[in-house]
Ligand binder design. Structure first.
Ligand code: SAH
Ligand code: SF4
Ligand code: F3S
Length: 440
């Protein structure tokens, strides 16, 4: 038997890319590839890329440039670009970087084995179509390997919202939901392989409307079906849009014990003028009322958000409205970004904010968000939480896991195994994590 070929995948961007990279590794596993952690001994390198901001996209070209020497040493090495930059700039990648043998968009991953075979013959291959078939069904080539305690599971992909700054509707295509029975089968399989916590993924996950036995199902209905899976202990989902936060989903946060008290609900900005120009189709007020309703259903829920500062025509007054909204919500975690012009999106044509002004706003927003994040984390001290252990800590006998609220928790003198859940008393709060002790 010949030695297995080695595959090196580097993943950028969001959790959906992490999930997709796993699927690509499995698909190429069927072609005799095993994964390697080093590009140096790879027979194939795949970059799974992100196009969301300019910096993310530029990284791809600089990374590709670094493989020049490697390819000169190893003429059989194949280099592929997958993900959202592949979708957006496929032809251009081939032109700008002759090292690239293969370009594959996010909707064509099931064709990767054929594409790899073609590339092996020396042909350059590009596939950025949006085919009608369910790529995940065709990507079922999975070995039954044991897995860690947490996993992602894509239930919905694409977006029809067309926020004025965002490339996702173009790179991932129209919003599509996977049928519920396939998701449940995949969840069952994950649990059999050791998974205890599943995070349901979608660019607009709460708009989920996949086919079920009695017509289309809502995300809440899907969660209740997953709730019945023995051995699955925790369910999370991301990312949600405020306008798709339906009543049954809000209610499930109060009634479904496996659904974790954590919600990532991006608002982007606090000024109604800016929200309108962003095409977000909600106001600051409607978002705040929504948060109130969610907290009424689950008072201890941790709210997370995304923000963009320096969106075209944002004034100091508009920015103040964002700070005011943040003060009111009190976020447990948040991601904030300086607006990045994306070619082809409506906002790219508008009057841009002075970059230094935008930098200054970003710093002020991040200072406030960091302070809030720390306060929420500190408020966990003296409380009892459930921790799912994910790995051993740096010190002997120490284990690290995540609380229900997704805080990292370090536990000393811990006789539990990876994948165990335990009640833990939180003793102290550090820079990025909590420390606690097992409750006997
Ligand atoms: N589907 C999700 C998130 C998509 S991208 C949602 O609707 O919330 C993740 C985050 O990147 C967005 O929430 C937004 O805050 C940020 N983002 C998207 N496009 C951007 C751009 N052009 N410049 C800066 N940040 C951007
Ligand atoms: Fe992008 Fe808006 Fe869709 Fe989120 S909802 S993926 S920000 S277009
Ligand atoms: Fe980036 Fe594509 Fe995800 S643009 S954030 S990898 S959907």
């Amino acid at each position: 038997m010949s030695a297995p070929k080695k595959l090196f995948i580097k993943t950028y961007g969001c959790q959906m890319n992490v999930y997709d990279s796993e699927r690509m590794a499995e698909a190429l596993g069927g072609e005799g590839y095993v994964e390697t952690k080093s590009a140096d001994d790879a027979d194939m390198i795949l970059l799974n890329t992100c196009h969301i901001r300019e910096k993310a996209a530029e990284k791809v070209y600089s990374e590709l440039g670094r493989f020049k020497g490697l390819k000169a040493e190893k003429p059989d090495l194949k280099i592929g670009v997958a993900g959202c930059v592949a979708q957006a700039e496929g032809q251009e990648i081939m032109r700008r970087q002759p090292l690239v043998d293969l370009v594959v968009g996010p909707q064509s991953y099931h064709r990767l084995p054929e594409m790899e075979a073609k590339a092996r013959t020396g042909e350059k291959v590009l596939d950025t179509d949006f085919p009608e078939e369910d790529k995940f069904e065709k990507l079922k080539n999975r070995p039954k390997a044991k897995r860690g305690p947490t996993a992602f599971l894509t239930v919905q992909e694409g977006c029809d919202k067309f926020c004025a700054f965002c490339v996702v509707p173009y790179t991932r295509g129209a919003e599509v939901s996977r049928p519920a029975d396939r998701i449940l089968r995949e969840a069952q399989d994950l649990v059999e392989r050791g998974v205890r916590e599943i995070t349901l993924l979608g660019q607009n996950v709460n708009a989920y409307h996949g086919a079920g036995p009695n017509g289309d199902m809502t995300l809440a209905q899907l969660i209740w079906e997953l709730d019945k899976v023995d051995g699955l202990e925790r369910i999370r989902f991301t990312t949600s849009h405020p306008n798709d936060m339906q009543d049954d989903l809000i209610e499930a946060h109060g009634t479904c014990a496996k659904l974790m008290p954590y919600l990532h609900l991006p608002v982007q900005a606090g000024s109604d003028k800016i929200l309108k120009r962003m095409n977000r189709a909600h106001t600051a007020e409607s978002y705040l009322r929504l948060i109130e309703r969610i907290r009424a259903a689950r008072p201890d829920i941790l709210i997370s958000g995304d923000f963009i500062v320096g969106f075209p025509e944002e004034t100091e007054e508009d920015f103040q409205a964002t700070l005011d909204l943040v003060e009111e919500v009190k976020y447990g975690t948040a991601y904030s970004f300086k607006y990045s012009t994306r070619p082809g999106t409506p906002a790219a044509e508008r009057t841009q904010v002075d970059p230094q002004e935008a930098d200054d706003r970003l710093q002020r927003l991040q200072a406030l968000l960091t302070k809030q994040q720390r306060e929420v984390q500190d408020s966990m001290v003296d409380r009892d939480v459930t921790v799912l252990f994910e790995k051993a800590g740096r010190f002997p006998g120490q284990m690290v896991g995540k609380s229900d609220y997704l805080h990292a928790v370090h536990v000393a003198d811990c006789d539990r195994a990876i994948g165990d859940l335990a009640r833990v008393r939180i003793l102290s709060s550090g820079a990025n994590s909590l420390a606690g002790a097992l409750i006997e």
